[in-house]
Design a protein around this ligand. Structure first.
Ligand SMILES: [Zn+2]
Ligand SMILES: [Zn+2]
Length: 117
């Protein structure tokens, strides 16, 4: 790539000539911008009058919170034992080993027994 030289361009707004410097040309070429059509002062005033709404903004930090944090340890799936419900005779899954000393209720009967108290 040969060394670029400054260019003189004519402003589309005020018709004044302005220098499009070699470094600016490189800057524009890097970003694949087309050549500026206005002098720096006109560009600045246009930018100011437009309020520069095209840029800025960006991502507002959304309220992402890390969700419910787990309580200390990972609970392993509880071991369940199969028993026969003392109330309805259906198969019941209970979280303890049925001993036969105590009646075992399926979840339905357990709920209704609890409710009846
Ligand atoms: Zn101008
Ligand atoms: Zn039952």
């Amino acid at each position: 790539m040969y060394a670029q030289s400054d260019k003189t361009l004519t402003c589309a707004d005020c018709s004044q000539e302005f220098v499009f410097s070699a470094s600016e040309q490189q800057f524009y070429a890097d970003r694949q911008f087309s050549e500026p059509r206005r002098c720096p002062s006109c560009r600045a005033s246009r930018k100011a009058s437009r309020g520069d709404s095209s840029r800025g903004g960006g991502y507002a930090s959304s309220g992402y919170s890390g969700g419910g944090h787990s309580s200390g340890y990972d609970r392993a799936p509880r071991e369940m034992f199969t028993a026969t419900c003392s109330s309805c005779g259906r198969e019941a899954q209970v979280p303890f080993r049925p001993t036969g000393d105590k009646p075992v209720y399926c979840s339905d009967c357990f709920q209704s027994h609890r409710r009846s108290y």
